[in-house]
Design a protein around this ligand. Sequence first.
Ligand SMILES: NC(=O)c1ccc[n+]([C@@H]2O[C@H](COP(=O)([O-])OP(=O)(O)OC[C@H]3O[C@@H](n4cnc5c(N)ncnc54)[C@H](O)[C@@H]3O)[C@@H](O)[C@H]2O)c1
Length: 253
Amino acid sequence: MMFAGKRIFITGAATGIGRATAEYLAAEGARVFGAGLDGKEGKILAGRYGENQLIFRESDLTVEADVQAAIAAATERFGGLDAVVNCAGIYPTGKRLEEVSDEDWEGTIAVNLTAIFRVCRATLPLLRAAGGGSIVNIASVHADATVPGVPAYAATKAAVVGLSRQMALDYAVDRIRVNAVLVGSVATRMTLDGLEAAGGAEALGLSFEPNRIARIANPSEIASAIGFLISDASSFVTGSAMQVDGGLLARLL
Ligand SMILES: NC(=O)c1ccc[n+]([C@@H]2O[C@H](COP(=O)([O-])OP(=O)(O)OC[C@H]3O[C@@H](n4cnc5c(N)ncnc54)[C@H](O)[C@@H]3O)[C@@H](O)[C@H]2O)c1
């Protein structure tokens, strides 16, 4: 029970990596408060646990009032927080910069970056009050190396790394560690829907061969890495951008 007694707030917790993380942490004894857009999926997830272990609240984290309400509900339920995982994100594809509207650009920044800023702003006082804590922000390999047609996504994921690194400096004094995760390809709705819309990996000339493990990741393999960054096993790790990408970024050719 690695996380017994830990109170953890997770965004995007109803599906994919967020859901796998919520399940992993709950299985290790954490009390998890999930927030995200997918109310139906979130309800099914929470229904498998007791109210003391995993709660889900439908929230649009691009709306400040929803961020505030979710965090107030988590605080009311758990009496505070020990860790935060920012997983919510969107992956708009297929447009070069000239084709991106203001609405698309701002919409991507709102979910992938501003929501993280707001969730951190609202939860930092709670982590400080708990005597310290850990924040894990889910970035992507796109922060370092990207593909055609995703200007807003690549920009936001690089910004998440910069934001995490900067926060690590400001909040070390409060014993709050902040790390980003550079995630490679994972078998979630985000990846599979994108591939399907494009006619499949082969139609794009893609394979998972470029990562050295030569397969797509299971969401649980990202969840356990996030767990490490939350746990005391990573007590000297802050300001890092940890690659969990099957070796993708390590490869030059
Ligand atoms: N799947 C991959 O290959 C991959 C690779 C690198 C990084 N990532 C990152 O991992 C994170 C999780 O993605 P995933 O792969 O699990 O996909 P996913 O689509 O299953 O999860 C994204 C979650 O974000 C939530 N969300 C979206 N907009 C929201 C909003 N406005 N308010 C609240 N919640 C919102 C969705 O409801 C969903 O639960 C994302 O940040 C993504 O960029 C994924």
